[in-house]
Design a protein. Structure first.
Length: 134
């Protein structure tokens, strides 16, 4: 049965100052995906996206909405909000919050990774901005 209100998942497409993309490994798989989290009641999606990037030791810019999609998975309704931001990697450890398993990847490195469909789509949409010379 589909719930009356969808759960909201916030994904972030983060690109650092060296044109690397932030990806997070899905638990129990070899697939790399965009960093994401469930949005709680009263939480700000932009704040969550910034936090996902900040947890890696980077200083994110203000995110902007890239896409909003509705999905039904295993009978549950989800609203997927994907935000895009730039980030300066400052390499300072973060205090508090959750630690991140996400890593920054170059184009050459990404080409050898198994990506989730959402990460592949984000890569295609950001291609011209990330690597205009390719």
């Amino acid at each position: 049965m589909i719930a009356a209100r969808p759960r909201v998942r916030v994904h972030v497409v983060a690109i650092d100052d060296e044109h690397r993309m932030l990806l997070d490994r899905r638990p129990g798989t070899q697939t790399w995906a965009l960093p994401w989290g469930y949005l709680g009641v009263g939480e700000d999606p932009s704040r969550m996206a910034r936090s996902l990037v900040h947890d890696t030791g980077a200083a994110p810019t203000m995110p902007r909405v890239q896409s909003v999609e509705s999905a039904i998975e295993h009978g549950d309704h989800f609203l997927d909000v994907t935000l895009h931001c730039s980030a300066e990697r400052i390499w300072k450890p973060t205090t508090g919050g959750r630690s991140s398993n996400a890593l920054w990847w170059s184009l050459d490195e990404i080409s050898s990774l198994e990506l989730s469909p959402r990460a592949r789509s984000a890569l295609v949409n950001a291609w011209a901005v990330l690597w205009p010379q390719v």
